[in-house]
Design a binder for this molecule. Structure first.
Ligand code: SF4
Length: 378
């Protein structure tokens, strides 16, 4: 392979390339330059250097089912097309029995992970979740329960009259095994006021994630990009995640397993109605993945979430820092109600083909990045 410096056109990136080769940490200013330069292939080459050092030619995926137990939400995120207020004909809240029936459908056979995030519905309290998790684990003991954004954890603890820690203790005793990284959006406080009125501030998200880490609950982390934020907001967001990961790891916890950049979907929501916001482009999506790989030096995995950026671009993203294409993601609702044009799920064979054709080795994983030799069984 050509030396890294020979693949960089913008000379301003050369000091960053030196740091990358030495394994040195990048600064806020480095992050701004990675967003500003037109040399995207140079940024990608540096990210690929880090990706190869950490994960070789491996590309991970998980057999995953998405499910939202309610779309009723008392919070008001302007980018969200999924929420429904009580009385809305499309409002729903599923009982444990309805969820079990969903999971018994043939398309869920063999799934190893149930990923559930939902609205903030004040009628659902801790006993609903305990009952739900126990029933799911009794019927499908092999399915890993990955549930709650950090904001759902905070919300459902409050409406249950519990501390977040006490709420987590009860949910973990009932079967909760990990948490996705949603609800982070963009941490900048001024922007949060504009895109997610009523959602708790960034510090609540970070404190809740830190609590999960202390309790040994694996989590991911996310950032919503491509709306009204600027490069400085994205760098600030990524460095706040890196800082929390430093603190969790210094205290002996695993912390975040993966970072997932989430591309803003611009249909059927208030934010798009109030501002002219175009769909994110391929170069923007690839840059987000590459910059994340370079700045988040302490987070082991970067996902290319094909639901939002397309399966084809996820293939290319594997050479721009991503080492994980997330998964089969059967029956995803939240991005699709906001206009995602991707399929509602891919087969295991499709995912493996995508990865192989991109020149990488597909590896089926569980939530903790243990890999499987044998296909999943129901
Ligand atoms: S993003 Fe989540 S919290 Fe925000 S309005 Fe939608 S469902 Fe509610």
């Amino acid at each position: 392979m050509l030396p890294l410096a020979s693949r960089i056109r913008d000379p301003r990136l050369l000091p960053i390339a030196d740091k990358v080769l030495r394994g040195e940490r990048l600064t806020f200013e480095d992050g701004l330059l990675l967003y500003e330069t037109s040399d995207l292939t140079g940024v990608g080459a540096m990210a690929n250097q880090v990706r190869t050092r950490l994960n070789g030619r491996r590309a991970y995926y998980v057999l995953s089912r998405r499910l939202s137990y309610t779309n009723v939400c008392y919070t008001h995120c302007q980018f969200c097309a999924f929420q429904a207020k009580p009385g809305d004909p499309k409002a729903y809240a599923l009982s444990a029995e309805e969820i079990i029936r969903e999971l018994e459908k043939p398309e869920t056979a063999g799934v190893r992970e149930l990923h559930m995030t939902s609205g903030h519905n004040p009628k659902l309290k801790v006993d609903y979740f305990e009952d739900l998790f126990r029933k799911i684990k009794a019927r499908f003991p092999a399915i890993h329960l990955k549930v709650f954004t950090m904001m759902e954890l905070d919300y459902y603890a409050r409406v249950s009259g519990l501390s977040t820690e006490a709420f987590l203790d009860r949910c973990m005793a009932a079967g909760l095994e990990s948490c996705p990284g949603g609800g982070a959006e963009i941490f900048d406080e001024t922007l949060r006021e504009q895109i997610c009125i009523g959602k708790k501030d960034a510090q609540v998200w970070l404190d809740t994630a830190a609590l999960c880490h202390r309790k040994g609950l694996p989590t991911n982390c996310t950032m919503l990009y491509g709306h009204i934020e600027e490069a400085r907001h994205r760098v600030d967001h990524l460095l706040r995640l890196r800082d929390l990961q430093d603190r969790s790891q210094a205290a002996g916890y695993e912390g975040f397993l993966a970072f997932v950049p989430l591309a803003y979907q611009n249909e059927d929501n208030e934010l798009s109605a109030a501002h002219t916001i175009h769909e994110t482009t391929g170069t923007q999506d690839l840059r987000e993945i590459a910059v994340a790989r370079l700045l988040l030096d302490n987070i082991p995995h970067i996902k290319a979430y094909w639901v939002m950026i397309s399966p084809g671009l996820a293939q290319i993203a594997l050479s721009y820092g991503a080492d994980d294409v997330d998964g089969t993601i059967i029956a995803e609702e939240i991005a699709h109600t906001a206009g995602a044009k991707t399929p509602q799920g891919l087969s295991q064979g499709d995912l493996e083909r995508l990865i192989r054709e991109a020149g990488y080795e597909p590896l089926e994983r569980d939530n903790l990045y243990h890999t499987f030799e044998e296909p999943a069984t129901a």
